[in-house]
Design a protein around this ligand. Structure first.
Ligand code: ATP
Length: 135
């Protein structure tokens, strides 16, 4: 079994889609290990998106992820990292396949509702960043 760090970004909370999206992860069979509604500051955004801080798209992404509460969670299950990314769909909601969270619910490449760790290394780093006290 494997753990992954998932964010239901501020657009999810704003649009009232927390239940819909969390329901998809639960229905798939993933377990919730930790979960918190939180509004982050720019420094936390910079740490989370360390690999993107120099990119052109980062300043508006930083403004977006700090714009309101998001839900951070740790999900656990067999191959959870890959399973969550498959459920999330392609980054750009306009191109993501129907049946995926982004494909069904997002029409944007920035406001794409969810984040999921992209590797075991990222998952370990992000879980430590968001939930330092989760054993
Ligand atoms: P995440 O890391 O959030 O699961 P991802 O791995 O599909 O998404 P990344 O390439 O890591 O996508 O980009 C991180 C986030 O930055 C995206 O989820 C999206 O919100 C934003 N983003 C990425 N590319 C662009 C872009 N070209 N324009 C605007 N926002 C972007």
């Amino acid at each position: 079994s494997q753990r992954t760090l998932v964010l239901l970004k501020p657009d999810t909370v704003r649009r009232g889609l927390v239940g819909e999206i969390l329901g998809r992860f639960e229905a798939k069979g993933l377990s919730i290990v930790a979960m918190e509604l939180r509004t982050i500051d720019g420094e936390t955004a910079d740490q989370h998106y360390a690999e993107h801080v120099e990119r052109d798209f980062y300043p508006p992404l930083r403004a977006f992820v700090t714009s309101g509460p998001l839900v951070a969670l740790v999900l656990e299950g067999d191959e959870a990292i890959e399973v969550v990314r498959a459920l999330n769909g392609a980054t750009d909601g306009r191109k993501a396949a129907p049946g995926t969270i982004r494909g069904d619910l997002s029409l944007s490449n920035r406001e794409n509702l969810v984040h999921g760790s992209d590797s075991a290394e990222s998952a370990a780093r992000e879980i430590k960043l968001w939930f330092p006290d989760v054993p």
